[in-house]
Design a protein around this ligand. Structure first.
Ligand SMILES: [Fe+2]
Length: 328
């Protein structure tokens, strides 16, 4: 895996030892004291939207989620009975640009065939989308009507890997050859995965779930200090020149993407604008939740207890619910 090469390479860099007990990866100090439970992942993402009916139509139509409940104030959308996206109508304007918050939420599908179904549906509806070949994943990108970013993807590690080297995003195919990692998907090949009788107008499969969340943050070091140093995600790669870091649990390529592309020091958006209301970090059990909560307390970070969840804000103001997988 490329990221491991990067970390080893940085270890040997004598100029990289910026602080006692920490090593530096691509200009960012990285502590190596503990890892969050390997079964940790991300869960439901809550979004503010301007118009509930418009957003509901988008997320159930082009995206293909299913309505689990809708009381007018909160529209709960999911797949296989689990929450994936929760909409909160009533925002007074679309997503504010150049602010911290959501870059995109990312729903992972179980196969290329399911991704082909989604992209075919979007193409047929002429909904703007950008199918992109990240080698290790095949991803499609689109925006909801308020400007919330969405990625829908399938894992394709048999095609190669992506990672970080020399402060940049890099990708290699299965033969080890360098790839851009940003080429358009070969749609003819992808649509070749479709089977006779596959329908484009049925919901996402029940296995669809939140695979990762990519956040705009105001400072890379600060975000890594929080998500890695306190929460305990492993750093899978840091690219200071690219302005991004990937962190995860259990060796996944990334459960969280963190980037400064909205600007170094990006402020929080107006609370009444559309955008990220909160996202969810799901841990396996109460023991794992207790361990994370203790680290947050020890770090002097404000933690609010809500039913079933420990609630914190990251240093950029992004609200996070940390909860066990079984809890709602
Ligand atoms: Fe992503």
């Amino acid at each position: 895996m490329i990221h491991k090469t990067v970390l080893r390479g940085t270890d040997r860099n004598p100029a990289g030892n910026g602080a006692a007990g920490k090593k530096v990866v691509a200009g960012v100090k990285v502590a190596q004291e503990f890892s969050i439970d390997a079964r940790t992942g991300v869960g439901a993402v809550h979004l503010g939207v301007t118009d509930g009916a418009t957003a509901r139509e988008f997320y159930t139509g082009p995206v293909g989620l299913t309505v689990l409940s809708d009381d007018g104030d909160e529209i709960v959308l999911g797949s296989g009975g689990k929450e994936v996206v929760v909409l909160h109508p009533g925002a007074d304007r679309p997503v504010a640009q150049r602010t911290s918050g959501l870059y995109h939420l990312a729903i992972v599908l179980p196969s290329r065939r399911e991704l082909a179904r989604v992209i075919a549906r979007l193409m047929r509806n002429r909904y703007p989308n950008s199918p992109t070949d990240h080698v290790m994943t095949k991803s499609d990108y689109l925006w909801d009507p308020d400007g919330n970013g969405i990625e829908i993807y399938a894992e394709t590690p048999e095609d190669g890997v992506f990672g970080f080297a020399d402060g940049q995003f890099v990708a290699r195919d299965a033969q080890g050859r360098s790839r851009s990692g940003r080429d358009p998907i070969d749609l003819e090949a992808l649509f070749g995965e479709l089977q006779p009788g596959d329908r484009f107008d049925v919901p996402l499969p029940e296995e669809a779930h939140m695979g990762h969340v990519h956040l705009h943050i105001r400072d890379l070091q600060e975000a890594v200090d929080f998500y890695h140093g306190v929460i305990g995600f492993d750093v899978m790669g840091v690219a200071d020149r690219w302005g991004a870091a990937f962190v995860s649990a259990g060796g996944y390529h990334h459960h969280l993407g963190l980037n400064t592309w909205a600007g170094q020091g990006a402020p929080q958006g107006p609370p009444t604008a559309a955008g990220l209301r909160r996202y969810t970090i799901e841990v396996a059990d109460e023991t794992a939740l207790g361990a994370v909560t203790s680290r947050l307390h020890e770090a002097g970070i404000d933690v609010t207890e809500e039913p079933g969840a420990q609630v914190v804000r990251d240093p950029s103001g992004n609200r996070v619910h940390i909860q066990t997988r079984a809890a709602k």
